[in-house]
Every structure is written in structure tokens, then in C-alpha cells.
Design a protein around this ligand. Structure first.
Ligand code: ZN
Ligand code: ZN
Length: 325
């Protein structure tokens, strides 16, 4: 497999479906973030109108998918029934797993009949509080408790590449001829040549450290978040207020942009993306909170609805961004 193909396969794509905090605005929907990896869609929160944002983003309703809800506040779940209805009406076939605080089970159950849930695909809702929730082929999602109002979760998404880089020159030096034996070694299998056994670690680097993206949900700065965010490629953080509203942030269990930047710096993340910011910052396109965060952590960007970010071991880059008007 060429290095280019490998890079594409090992690429995360983050799509911001909604970036509004509490109240949607003309240009920003309620919170919802899709993270796509190797054809799998992981959806974090499902605010109002997530179904149409999901369609606009072209994410596909019959993909392998799991949904993770950070907490039961309406701005994070109010769009879930609509999204499930859409999947039901359009004949999704694949089973769907949904993870979140225990109230989510009752919430989905209450809307089940009106949605017609269970007619075309199986839905399972899991009540969770922390720990590893989901995993598939090296991709995994872990929840950690954060500090909001009631049980609230943050999420850590990681991908662990199974093997490190294969070095053909090392294989050559050990007398392994180019061809299927190289392929086997590159895929992590030992080979034999003239009665000698060559192990994959002799010709490949150890696997790189996992690629990590962390989403805070709604929270005050806290130890569990700092721990999860440490070393992350991307930290997606709520930043409901600017520092002049720190009292409000403390009272309502949110973060200021400054606090998010402080945490990003301490956690040594590569990129900080601010989201879930108050409608009051729409008038100046979020400049106040962005500038405030950048004073402490320069590699900060502000999320907008339908912004896309690609994340690989080479770093993160914004590939599409539409400024709201
Ligand atoms: Zn919220
Ligand atoms: Zn909340």
C-alpha cells in the first residue's frame, strides 16, 4: 500500500454540523459534530435540525455509525428524534448504537412510536458515564466525566495504527527479496528466508502514538478534561463566553474562550477549535472570543457550521469553511 493511500485511509474528517451555544442563530445550528474515519461516522451531540445539516454535509444515512450524547440538555439532544425519523423514513438498514447519560434511554423510548423506530433498523441505547464505549479496527471512543450541570460527558476519539512504518532498505539489508515477503513483513507477519526467521519489528518502526481528537461537551475546565486532552491533535472545546462573562460561565457550568485556551496550552494540543459560543458573539463573527483565546494559544480557530477539518499524523487543516452571514 502506498504512503499516500495509507494517509488517506488514516485520515479523520471533522464536520461541524452545528456550532451554536444554547440558542441557534440564523447562521449556526445547535451543537452537533460528525467525525468520519474510514467510512464510519461518529456523531457527537444532536441539536436541533441536525438531520438537515447531516444531509447538507453529505454524510450518508446508511453508514456504519454511532451516536454519542454529551448530556441531556435540550440543545444537545433535541435533534435526535428528527435524525432517527429521517433514517427510518429513508430505510436505513444498518443497526445503530447510541451512547449517553441514562435519561437518554427514556428520551428515545418516548419518541420511538412516533418515529417508527425499529421498522427498518435496530437501535440500541446505552446508559454510560465513563470509560471506553465503542471500538472498531483501532478506532475507539472513550467518555470521561466533565463539570457541567448534572451528568455531562466529554469524549476522546483515538485511532491506533496497528503497525509502524515499513523500511524496505532494512528488509533488503537482511536479504529479503522485494515482493510478497516484503508485503508480509509490512503487514506485521514474520517471514523465513534461507531458514532464518525475520520478525516485523526488525524492518518496521514501532506503531506511532495514537491520533487523538477530544470534544469537551459543555463544561467548566476540569482535571479529567485536561488529562484527556493532553497530547491531542485537536481539542474541540466549548467557549460559551468571553472573559468578561466569567461569572456567568461559572454559574452555568461553561468555559470562557480564555479558559479553553489556557487548558489547550497546558494540555499541549496541536489545534484548538472553539465551538458552542453564545449568539451574542455573532454580531462581530466571534472575533472577541477568538482574539481572546489566541492571546494565550495562537493555534486556535473558530468553528462555523459545515466547517470541515482533516486530521492526520501530519497535522490538522481546515479544508472547507463557510463564514456565516
Ligand atoms: Zn449546550
Ligand atoms: Zn448544557
Amino acid at each position: 500500500m502506498s504512503r499516500e493511500v495509507r494517509a488517506i485511509l488514516d485520515m479523520f474528517e471533522i464536520v461541524f454540523l452545528g456550532t451554536g451555544g444554547s440558542i441557534p442563530t440564523e447562521g449556526r445550528n445547535h451543537p452537533a459534530i460528525a467525525i468520519r474515519f474510514q467510512g464510519v461516522v461518529l456523531l457527537f451531540d444532536a441539536g436541533e435540525d441536525v438531520q438537515r445539516q447531516y444531509m447538507r454535509a453529505g454524510l450518508g444515512l446508511n453508514r456504519p455509525m454511532a451516536i454519542f450524547v454529551s448530556h441531556i440538555h435540550a440543545d444537545h439532544v433535541i435533534g435526535l428524534p428528527g435524525l432517527l425519523l429521517r433514517m427510518s423514513l429513508l430505510g436505513r438498514q444498518r443497526p445503530l448504537e447510541i451512547f449517553g447519560p441514562k435519561e437518554l434511554i427514556e428520551y428515545v423510548r418516548m419518541t420511538r412510536d412516533s418515529i417508527g423506530l425499529g421498522t427498518t433498523f435496530e437501535t440500541t441505547v446505552y446508559a454510560v458515564d465513563e470509560g471506553r464505549l465503542w471500538g472498531h479496527n483501532g478506532l475507539s471512543v472513550r467518555a470521561f466525566p466533565v463539570k457541567h450541570r448534572g451528568l455531562a460527558l466529554g469524549f476522546e476519539v483515538t485511532y491506533q495504527r496497528p503497525r509502524g512504518k515499513f523500511h524496505p532498505e532494512r528488509a533488503e539489508a537482511l536479504g529479503v527479496p522485494r515482493g510478497p515477503l516484503w508485503h508480509n513483513l509490512a503487514m506485521g507477519k514474520a517471514v523465513e528466508i534461507d531458514g532464518r526467521r525475520i520478525e516485523p519489528h526488525e524492518v518496521s518502526d514501532p506503531p506511532p502514538s495514537p491520533l487523538k481528537i477530544v470534544y469537551t461537551g459543555d463544561t467548566r475546565p476540569c482535571e479529567s478534561l485536561l488529562e484527556a486532552a493532553t497530547g491531542a491533535e485537536v481539542l474541540i472545546s466549548e467557549a460559551m463566553y468571553a472573559s468578561d462573562k466569567v461569572d456567568l460561565a461559572q454559574e452555568r457550568g461553561h468555559m470562557t474562550a480564555r479558559e479553553a485556551a489556557e487548558l489547550a496550552a497546558e494540555a499541549d494540543v496541536k489545534l484548538l477549535v472553539l465551538t458552542h459560543y453564545s449568539p451574542r458573539y455573532d454580531l462581530e463573527r466571534g472575533a472577541t472570543i477568538l482574539n481572546e483565546a489566541r492571546e494565550l494559544f495562537s493555534n486556535t480557530i473558530l468553528a462555523h457550521d459545515l466547517m470541515r477539518i482533516e486530521v492526520t499524523w501530519q497535522g490538522a487543516r481546515v479544508v472547507a469553511s463557510r463564514q456565516y452571514s
